[in-house]
Design a protein around this ligand. Structure first.
Ligand code: AMP
Length: 278
């Protein structure tokens, strides 16, 4: 496995692979890798000759007062996980390598950011889109794999890829969960024992919310999930239901919907969602 920190070296290595006719799958992460990330790597390895994983905590996507400094990091363990998954190249750039000077341009995400995480994290998706665009230019993968756990992120990136006629196909992979249903997340380690114990209620309430939607509609479903989550010790950031991936008000015709929630705990913000057909 190659561990590469320089953009120049990574490009050189991957252009050689592509010249030799190898296809490339790409997984972008912020490290502290878990089972969810492993699933993305497995999808990529299954479909491509070469799998590239980036580990980079992207300062652009954190707002003031968010957890950029304290985001969990463990590069050695991350390398071990990648090695175990048969990853070919791990790209671990420094912030200076990615942003040698302040970017003079960025991707402005203009649709689908006034809902869900976009509402409470202004600028977040612009930061995500900008770093992903940069990474896709460097890696030039045939496909890039993202988790459905970050449903809005996958939707924004799918739209960006279409808007910019990118050659990379954006693929969403279902959420990997703990045995008790809690969505795997690098931030789960920052939950207290009591918070960790109650956190599976987020997914439980979303599942119940989908049933309620089918019987009684959007308002009742959102009210019910909000009511259940209000009983947790964390603060409910949002409970929302939209079409997916457009993130619009659901109409009458059958379409994919997303029911999503975010709960802010003392040291971790948890998000989860269910994408379903009504
Ligand atoms: P992160 O390191 O949190 O930025 O996540 C990197 C990628 O892994 C993103 O595409 C996430 O959506 C995805 N991911 C994170 N958690 C999970 C999970 N539990 N199941 C599937 N994919 C995930």
């Amino acid at each position: 496995m190659n561990v590469i920190t320089s953009i120049r070296e990574l490009k050189k290595h991957l252009r050689r692979e592509q010249k030799n006719g190898r296809t490339i799958g790409f997984v972008a992460t912020m490290g502290y890798l878990h089972e969810g990330h492993r699933r993305l790597m497995q999808e990529s390895s299954h479909n491509h000759d070469v799998t590239v994983v980036s580990v980079f905590v992207n300062p652009l996507q954190f707002g003031p007062g968010e957890d950029f400094e304290t985001y969990p990091r463990d590069e050695e363990r991350d390398k071990t996980v990648c090695r175990e998954e048969g990853v070919d190249v791990v790209f671990m750039p420094s912030a200076e390598e990615m942003y040698p000077k302040k970017m003079a341009s960025s991707i402005a995400v203009e649709k689908g950011t006034d809902v869900l995480c976009g509402r409470s994290r202004p600028g977040h998706f612009s930061g995500v889109a900008t770093v992903v665009m940069k990474l896709l230019q460097i890696v030039r993968p045939d496909a890039a794999y993202f988790g459905q756990k970050d449903a809005q992120q996958a939707a924004v990136l799918e739209t960006m890829a279409a808007d910019y006629n990118l050659d990379t196909s954006i693929r969403a992979v279902p959420t990997v969960r703990e045995n008790d249903g809690l969505a795997k997340s690098s931030r789960n380690v920052r939950l207290s024992e009591a918070e960790r114990k109650e956190a599976p209620a987020i997914y439980e309430s979303l599942k119940a919310g989908v049933d309620t939607y089918r019987q009684l509609g959007k308002q009742k479903a959102v009210e019910q999930v909000s009511g259940t989550l209000a009983g947790l010790s964390g603060t409910v950031d949002y409970v929302e239901l939209w079409t997916y991936p457009d993130l619009q008000e659901p109409g009458k015709e059958a379409e994919r919907l997303v029911l999503a929630a975010a709960v802010q705990y003392d040291h971790a913000r948890l998000i989860d969602n269910i994408i379903f057909i009504p």
